[in-house]
Design a protein around this ligand. Structure first.
Ligand SMILES: *[C@@H]1O[C@H](CO)[C@@H](O)[C@H](O)[C@H]1NC(C)=O
Ligand SMILES: *[C@@H]1O[C@H](CO)[C@@H](O)[C@H](O)[C@H]1NC(C)=O
Ligand SMILES: *[C@@H]1O[C@H](CO)[C@@H](O)[C@H](O)[C@H]1NC(C)=O
Ligand SMILES: *[C@@H]1O[C@H](CO)[C@@H](O)[C@H](O)[C@H]1NC(C)=O
Ligand SMILES: *[C@@H]1O[C@H](CO)[C@@H](O)[C@H](O)[C@H]1NC(C)=O
Ligand SMILES: *[C@@H]1O[C@H](CO)[C@@H](O)[C@H](O)[C@H]1NC(C)=O
Ligand SMILES: *[C@@H]1O[C@H](CO)[C@@H](O)[C@H](O)[C@H]1NC(C)=O
Ligand SMILES: *[C@@H]1O[C@H](CO)[C@@H](O)[C@H](O)[C@H]1NC(C)=O
Ligand SMILES: *[C@@H]1O[C@H](CO)[C@@H](O)[C@H](O)[C@H]1NC(C)=O
Ligand SMILES: *[C@@H]1O[C@H](CO)[C@@H](O)[C@H](O)[C@H]1NC(C)=O
Ligand SMILES: *[C@@H]1O[C@H](CO)[C@@H](O)[C@H](O)[C@H]1NC(C)=O
Ligand SMILES: *[C@@H]1O[C@H](CO)[C@@H](O)[C@H](O)[C@H]1NC(C)=O
Length: 659
């Protein structure tokens, strides 16, 4: 801990102390608006929303063209690629592409940016030695935690490109200028840091004054946003996730459908792949496909006090709750020391442990609070988790806390008809900070639990085998052969796994590294590009053709058409089962998970943990049925309650710089 950092901390603490008194209204505070008296904000998750279906009609028009161009280019040397003409002769045979960007802090954001750039025809070199054009052919783009920062940065900067960001990287208002840590948002200009933190404090206070419970995520999301939305006033304080509906590029289907993923988790509890409820935020809705909730709400009206989807005060709704920074902050709310040993150790054993302990006590408000709970009073059905309809609060946290650090669940929904998923894995699993496939393994295992019903996923080897076969060092295809997936609920998409590995930069940076200089940022992006392209096709010039084979595979199998002969060689090289059989002489047998597919664990979702915790360990965290009722009392109490959180944010930020 350097002196500079201590003084940064002192600054922030003094700002923390000074701001409570000076409150002014901020666009961060949700506002009441009138809405239709017959409005119903919640629907059952039976199929896609009408709005998504309509949007897909527009997007398909664009992706079709782009995909055909990519496939033709990639297979131009093939002896017979007439399959393409066959697929595009009928709209219902056109493959649908999705991309999933894993979590892993700024590392995942930047490395994922390089991978995405390799698919973007706007990137220099992507069309010559990459997979340029595929992003233009992508329908869904999901992100989680650091991956959500990536998706959010592009989507809410008017669908800018990674190339555009790189090109402006030395300008004062460049996107992803994260040279300074969050503790010194103004860099060497300490009054700017002071000013920025005071703005953040008053933004959040403003929300609290309006009667909403705020938590650490509010500060976190606001602070992060300055690095992602430097061109919008006060780091995008007035920007909402639902605002994309009014953006021409999105409305006309000229960009993919962005999705941010978070997990349900009550304060001080843990969640696992077998009992997590996975939430998605898309431009129209937020909610979960999982059986424990199986419902969506119109996210534009989050913050409205509702019962069974109907505003408690007829004709009165709330808007402005779905702040972009808050949504991506939610997706990355990894604050539980229990879930995040690194933070836990730093906070509990570091030099600041005494202050931390004193400040936090055991009143740990380590999640985002979506209250009033938008699902209160809904009919959950027999598989529901009662707390979703009975509680006043809905608690969400980092989308990777259940071990599924790649946001695959939204892309596995049958109604979305995805044929192929590019799964970017920038997780840090091994002792040296590389992925080991455990994100895929957890998604694979989840399908055999009640929570994973309806989300089949291809067979995946164990992390041990992943490492042993070096599957974490280059792109690998999973689920190449639909015939061998007949034991699953239905045929899942083919997965093109792209792991973070070393090419030209040490891209195994810590998840908790919260400042990157320009050299590091460009290094990570470049390395990601190379990871996605087999080092700019130098390791395999036929890689784009192989990707084309994988994209066409599901529709080709369905139509029972012959596959171009070149694809067989591709599948021998890139499909896991073939790679494994080369090594072990026996394709599947080495995989513990393949064999255990019928013995998935059965779980019971216990609604007690959250309610119990709230009342027992959080004395000042009063629960009221109506947010408008006793607003003054609540905000007084939350003011008291939030002070430790502010301190925690400050500590976290300062401490993280030392990792
Ligand atoms: C798709 O594109 C065609 C031709 O460009 C156009 O006629 C049609 O209206 C478009 N469909 C949608 C749903 O936008
Ligand atoms: C190419 O393959 C298709 C079947 O996919 C076949 O009908 C056609 O005759 C082939 N063309 C040539 C030139 O071999
Ligand atoms: C690969 O291509 C990218 C993007 O065009 C470029 O930045 C990078 O330097 C290239 N790497 C190598 C090893 O040529
Ligand atoms: C967003 O991008 C589109 C197309 O690139 C452009 O026409 C439009 O002016 C941009 N909007 C803003 C607000 O920058
Ligand atoms: C990036 O941010 C730092 C700290 O805020 C600032 O000092 C620096 O000038 C910025 N870099 C550029 C290229 O604007
Ligand atoms: C930062 O803010 C604190 C509290 O508002 C104030 O006392 C201090 O003078 C400010 N420092 C600078 C450099 O503006
Ligand atoms: C530092 O930031 C303050 C507040 O935004 C600004 O007025 C001042 O000009 C900045 N100083 C420098 C040297 O950029
Ligand atoms: C769906 O679209 C309609 C028409 O644009 C709009 O009024 C409605 O609010 C949208 N609903 C959601 C959930 O996006
Ligand atoms: C919380 O702190 C109080 C007072 O320090 C202590 O009595 C209590 O046992 C603690 N509870 C837990 C769950 O640690
Ligand atoms: C794989 O990663 C997980 C963490 O995600 C870790 O618990 C496990 O020990 C790792 N296994 C191997 C074989 O590296
Ligand atoms: C697997 O074996 C085949 C036939 O020997 C060979 O062509 C292919 O390159 C091998 N694939 C891998 C990934 O080693
Ligand atoms: C999920 O499982 C974990 C670990 O067993 C447990 O701590 C947690 O309370 C469970 N969550 C729910 C919602 O059941």
């Amino acid at each position: 801990m350097t002196l500079a950092r201590l003084s940064a901390l002192a600054y922030i603490l003094s700002v923390c102390a000074a701001t409570a008194a000076t409150l002014q209204s901020s666009p961060y505070a949700p506002v009441e608006v009138s809405c239709d008296t017959s409005i119903q904000l919640v629907r059952k998750a039976d199929g896609l929303s009408q709005n998504e279906t309509e949007w897909l009609g527009k997007r398909d028009n664009h992706t079709k063209e782009a995909l055909k161009t990519f496939l033709e280019g990639a297979t131009s040397s093939y002896s017979n690629n007439s399959l393409i003409a066959r697929l595009f002769s009928d709209d219902s045979n056109v493959p649908r592409v999705a991309v999933a960007c894993s979590g892993g802090g700024y590392r995942a954001m930047l490395s994922g940016a390089g991978m995405l750039a390799a698919m973007d025809d706007r990137t220099e070199g992507a069309n010559e030695h990459g997979l340029g054009g595929l992003l233009q052919a992508t329908t869904y783009l999901a992100g989680l935690s650091g991956g959500s920062w990536l998706v959010g940065s592009l989507a809410y900067n008017n669908w800018t490109s990674v190339q555009e960001i790189i090109d402006h990287t030395s300008e004062a208002t460049s996107i992803w200028n994260i040279t300074a840590s969050l503790a010194s948002l103004g860099g060497i200009n300490s009054s700017l840091t002071n000013e920025t933190w005071s703005t953040i404090m008053s933004d959040v206070d403003s929300k609290q004054q309006a009667g909403y419970v705020v938590t650490i995520t509010d500060y976190w999301g606001r602070a992060l946003s300055y690095g992602f939305f430097p061109n919008a006033a006060d780091g995008g304080v007035a920007s909402q996730w639902s605002s994309l509906r009014d953006n021409d590029i999105f409305r006309d289907g000229e960009m993919p459908f962005p999705i941010s993923v978070a997990d349900f988790r009550s304060p001080n509890t843990a969640t696992t792949y077998s009992n997590s409820t996975i939430f998605e935020f898309n431009p129209f809705e937020m909610g979960s496909w999982d059986e424990s909730l199986h419902a969506f709400t119109d996210l534009k009206y989050l913050g409205t006090n509702v019962f069974n989807g109907v505003p408690v005060t007829k004709g009165r709704c709330v808007t402005g709750f779905d702040n972009v920074g808050f949504v991506i902050g939610t997706s990355s709310s990894l604050f539980s020391p229990m879930m995040s040993p690194a933070i836990g150790i730093l906070l509990n054993e570091g030099p600041l442990a005494t202050i931390f302990t004193k400040a936090m006590g055991n009143d740990s408000n380590d999640v985002a609070n979506y209250s009033p709970n938008p699902f209160r009073g809904i009919d959950l059905g027999s598989s529901g988790l009662e707390i979703f309809s009975s509680d006043d609060y809905l608690f969400l946290a980092d989308g990777g806390e259940d071990g599924e650090t790649i946001p695959l669940a939204p892309l596995l929904q049958k109604d979305r008809e995805v044929d192929v998923i590019f799964a970017f894995d920038n997780s840090a699993d091994t002792t040296h900070g590389w992925p080991n496939g455990s994100a895929l393994v957890n998604t694979y295992k989840r399908q055999f639990t009640p929570q994973g019903r309806g989300m089949p996923f291809p067979h995946i080897p164990s992390p041990e085998e992943f490492v042993q076969l070096h599957l974490n060092e280059r792109p690998v295809f999973f689920g190449c052969d639909a015939n061998s997936l007949s034991d699953l609920e239905h045929v899942p998409p083919l997965v093109i796994y792209v792991p973070n590995a070393h090419y030209s930069f040490n891209s195994n940076q810590s998840t908790f590294k919260l400042a990157y200089d320009e050299r590091e940022r460009l290094g990570l992006i470049r390395n990601g590009f190379e990871a996605m392209t087999r080092r700019n096709l130098t390791e395999d010039v036929s890689f784009p053709g192989c990707v084309a084979c994988a994209i066409m595979r599901r529709q080709q199998e369905r139509l029972d058409e012959p596959l171009p002969e070149e694809c067989s060689k591709c599948f021998a090289n890139y499909c896991w089962d073939n790679i494994a059989s080369n090594v072990t002489g026996n394709g599947w047998s080495n995989s513990s998970y393949f064999l255990s597919s019928t013995s998935g664990s059965t779980i019971t979702l216990a609604p007690t943990s959250s309610t119990g915790l709230l009342s027992s360990s959080s004395a000042s965290f009063t629960r009221t049925t109506s947010i408008h009722q006793n607003a003054a009392r609540r905000s007084e109490q939350t003011t008291y309650n939030i002070r430790p959180l502010i301190v925690m944010v400050c500590l976290l930020i300062v401490v993280s710089c030392n990792v």
